[in-house]
Design a protein around this ligand. Structure first.
Ligand SMILES: Cc1ncc(COP(=O)(O)O)c(C=O)c1O
Length: 357
């Protein structure tokens, strides 16, 4: 009694006679699910929330719980590779039509058709850090009853609250900043009671619940989310400027740099520019040699953990996107994606620069 942490309730069989509802882990209504979902509601200023078994489960719950045969969805180009693969491999099998548009509000609006039921985007996006004006998107979508959905993984709820800017649903790969210690995989959905119920009902049928232990770990991680993200964002801003000043590095993609096309929008709608950035190596530097020379920075897939990690998107997050599509989007072999951790910023920067030598 009196412990500061929610007790871990690992039972899959729960007594029901004296309870107001039948509880079962796959129904997302056990103690550990509810506590962590409520914390996410508070963080995303939402009425309701759902904690799922992965970011992809959360995205699937939204797409298949809210869209059906004959509906159309508009998505921004340059989404996370797994999301892109889900769209192109699965949607048409269920009679859902889709269009990709350039990642800005005007192009999204121009791509809307009479059957469009949803607009889906990432901002900042993975891996090119494209920023979309969220208030402008919700502004054209709302009067047309189009549901607006954002993958808010890169910003985290600390730096961006899309529901406050008129969006209907916000999802996270909780595997990243929410978990923050590279030791769990989960996803979250937040929004109105009505929309979250539709996503949940779908996922109850398909199965995609998070186990109690990972709910418990996620709840522990949320306690330090603000401290971690603030430090990561401050570190990333310093590193982006240092990389930008080095001639051996091509373009640096970071919304906090004044030369970033989305800088003014990001400054308006985010409380910080985030812990993610990407940069291009000069042509004479072989990416794999560079990655192998790093000593502090870990060459690993995933992101958002307390340790700094780096990866080559064409070999990891975007390996499922066709070569032709990657070239068109500017996701080249020399592009590296950096997830800045909480280490001493001078140590991180020194490692990134020594490996260029
Ligand atoms: C932006 C973004 N959205 C969604 C996902 C999918 O999340 P998960 O791997 O937790 O299913 C990822 C994974 O890397 C991601 O980077």
């Amino acid at each position: 009694m009196g412990g500061l942490n929610t007790p871990l309730q690992s039972s899959s069989a729960i007594e029901y006679l004296d309870d107001s509802e039948v509880r079962y882990p796959r129904y997302f209504n056990t103690l550990n699910h509810q506590v962590v979902a409520e914390k996410m509601n508070a963080l995303e200023c939402a009425e309701a929330g759902l904690v799922a078994s992965s970011g992809m489960a959360a995205i699937s719950a939204i797409l298949f719980g809210l869209l059906g045969n004959g509906d159309h969805i508009v998505l921004t180009e340059g989404l996370y590779g797994g999301t892109h693969a889900l769209i192109v491999n699965e949607l048409k099998r269920f009679g859902i039509d889709y269009s990709f548009s350039a990642a800005n509000a005007a192009s999204l609006e121009a791509a809307v058709k009479p059957a469009t039921r949803m607009v889906y985007l990432e901002s900042p996006s993975n891996p090119l850090m494209t920023v979309v004006d969220l208030a402008a998107v919700s502004g054209f979508a709302k009067p047309r009853n189009i549901i607006t959905v954002i993958d808010n993984t890169f910003a985290s709820p600390i730096l961006q609250n899309p529901l406050q800017l008129g969006f209907d649903l916000v999802m996270h790969s909780g595997t990243k900043y929410l978990g923050g210690h590279s030791d769990l995989i989960c996803g979250t959905v937040n929004g109105s009671v009505e929309l979250v119920k539709k996503a949940r009902d779908h996922l109850v049928n398909y199965g995609g619940c998070l186990n109690a232990q990972d709910c418990h770990l996620l709840e522990r991680s949320l306690k330090t989310l603000e401290i971690r993200v603030t430090r990561q964002s401050n570190n990333a801003e310093i590193i982006a400027h240092r990389l930008d000043q080095d001639d051996r590095i091509g373009r640096v993609h970071y919304p906090g740099l004044e030369n970033h096309p989305g800088h003014a929008i990001a400054a308006r709608q985010m409380a910080g520019f985030g812990g993610m950035l990407s940069f291009e190596l000069a042509d004479n530097i072989d990416p794999e040699t560079y990655l192998r020379r790093l000593q502090l920075v870990n060459c690993a897939i995933s992101l958002g953990g307390v340790e700094t990690t780096i990866c080559q998107p064409i070999a990891t997050s975007h390996q499922k996107v066709s070569e032709q599509e990657r070239q068109r989007l500017g996701i080249t072999g020399s592009l590296l994606r950096l997830s800045v951790g909480i280490e001493d910023v001078d140590d991180i920067a020194a490692d990134l620069l020594q490996a260029l030598a």
